[in-house]
Design a protein around this ligand. Sequence first.
Ligand SMILES: CC(C)(COP(=O)(O)OP(=O)(O)OC[C@H]1O[C@@H](n2cnc3c(N)ncnc32)[C@H](O)[C@@H]1OP(=O)(O)O)[C@@H](O)C(=O)NCCC(=O)NCCS
Length: 194
Amino acid sequence: MSLAASPRSSSAPREHTGKPVLDRLSDPGTLWLAAREGVHPRPAVEADAGPIRDFLITQYDAFNATDNTVEGHRVFRDFVRVPALRGRLRAGSLMLLAERRGAILGVCEMHRDGYLTLLYVRGDQQGRGLGRLLFSMALRRLRAEAPDLRTVRVRAMPYARGFYTHLGFRPLRDGLRDDRGLRFYPLALDLDRV
Ligand SMILES: CC(C)(COP(=O)(O)OP(=O)(O)OC[C@H]1O[C@@H](n2cnc3c(N)ncnc32)[C@H](O)[C@@H]1OP(=O)(O)O)[C@@H](O)C(=O)NCCC(=O)NCCS
């Protein structure tokens, strides 16, 4: 497994210096960004499972693997196996892709119980609003289907902790946790604030 260097240090998340971003989740500018950049967001279908798996493993190796153990790498790979992705799609999980000319730039998966399980943007596309775009689209769909949902939860890998905090997620417990070699910060977003 390649452990390519991350362009952003996971141990030093960027400080949030801007205004709160929750109100911007529904900003039409977010969709304008997609049009301007030629990015096409769409729901994933079962036929996408192979390219999604390849994309996710590449991004995990580049940005998350360094924080986890060999067992954690195995757990992640199991989670994104083609049959596992297809099974979750069939079971109704919300999976979105962002593409440009057929190349995957980002993937987001959210479950109907409010668990955000995957959010990945290709390294050379990070910091351009794609992560927020995918998250906000998935959240909008989820809220339409589960209007009583109050909280979105995520096990934030260290690399992504600053991003989630910037979007308004709060810690559920202090400190870094470990589940089968995957290290994460348990965070939650209260939807009455969005
Ligand atoms: C986390 C990730 C999905 C964010 O996607 P992205 O497209 O880079 O994020 P965006 O450009 O949409 O950022 C949205 C806002 O968050 C801010 N932000 C992004 N990363 C941040 C960080 N690490 N710390 C603080 N703020 C951050 C951006 O500056 C932007 O703020 P602004 O609009 O107020 O200027 C992306 O970095 C990624 O794929 N990381 C590697 C995989 C990973 O760790 N995924 C999460 C697994 S739990």
